[in-house]
Design a binder for this molecule. Structure first.
Ligand code: SF4
Ligand code: SF4
Ligand code: SF4
Length: 246
């Protein structure tokens, strides 16, 4: 009888530990997913992440009106916030349309309608994350095959738009030339308020980011290095990353 009691207590102890372990592990997975969601680049006008997740009705209206096919809906594989819109700047950044149609199309307030023009967008901030690979700094020309890589996105896109074709034409002139892609492609009305190529101490050039950057991710998309040298930190402001404005 004593042996049975002991076994029963051991069973309860280990089952309880198992359940607690599962809860903690689940919580860990959930919070990891939540952190990932926090770090997801959301479309222009997106309100604070928690509010965004509560307000977004997953209707997909924003992505339907985007003329650059910049917006995707998260699938089950992404865990947290399934069905909510995001931008994968490795594939296609946002091109800061003038009247911000994605925001206008949003019926729920998840994309705030006070974001009315390109300059109102604040998705994050661009950062030269891997300066060692930046082609401008190492004075390496844009490699052969760059054009082909940029055309590949279009090959998998249904209903390619005029704006996308015009964008592709811009890439055609860079192969074999010095890389200034991130600065040249910056789509905001006054790109020099966001990014410029400046002399680097090693004799090359480097992109420098300014407080006009809206974090659209176009520079990340067009960066020719296999892991983009320049990336956008979602929901981070210029002041938060670079300190106070000069
Ligand atoms: S601003 Fe234009 S390019 Fe950017 S996500 Fe909205 S519709 Fe797409
Ligand atoms: S620097 Fe990059 S992220 Fe910032 S506005 Fe220009 S293209 Fe967009
Ligand atoms: S796109 Fe900009 S960050 Fe990327 S390699 Fe060219 S100059 Fe460097």
């Amino acid at each position: 009888m004593a042996k049975i009691e002991t076994e029963r207590r051991e069973f309860i102890k280990y089952s309880t530990l198992g359940v607690l372990g599962a809860i903690f592990a689940g919580g860990f997975v959930f919070s990891t997913q939540a952190v990932k969601a926090e770090n997801r680049l959301r479309p222009p006008g997106a309100v604070a992440e928690k509010e965004f997740l509560a307000l977004c009705i997953k209707c997909g209206q924003c992505l339907q009106v985007c003329p650059y096919h910049s917006i995707k809906l998260s699938d089950i594989g992404m865990g947290h916030g399934v069905g909510t819109p995001y931008i994968d700047a490795n594939e296609r950044g946002c091109y800061a349309c003038n009247a911000v149609p994605c925001v206008l199309a949003c019926p729920s307030g998840a994309l705030d309608h006070s974001c009315e023009k390109a300059e109102d967008i604040q998705m994050g901030i661009a950062v030269l994350e891997v300066p060692d690979t930046c082609l401008a700094i190492s004075k390496t020309p844009v490699p052969k095959g760059y054009n082909e890589k940029m055309h590949r996105f279009i090959e998998h896109t249904k209903n390619v738009t005029e704006l996308e074709l015009k964008l592709l034409e811009k890439f055609d002139q860079y192969e074999g030339k010095a890389c200034t892609l991130c600065a040249d492609i910056c789509p905001i009305p006054n790109p020099l308020s966001a990014i410029a190529m400046v002399p680097d101490s090693k004799g090359g050039q480097r992109p420098e980011i300014y407080d006009g950057c809206i974090g659209c991710g176009a520079c990340q998309e067009v960066c020719p290095t296999s892991t983009p040298s320049i990336v956008v930190k979602p929901r981070v402001t210029y002041e938060q990353f670079y300190g106070q404005k000069a």
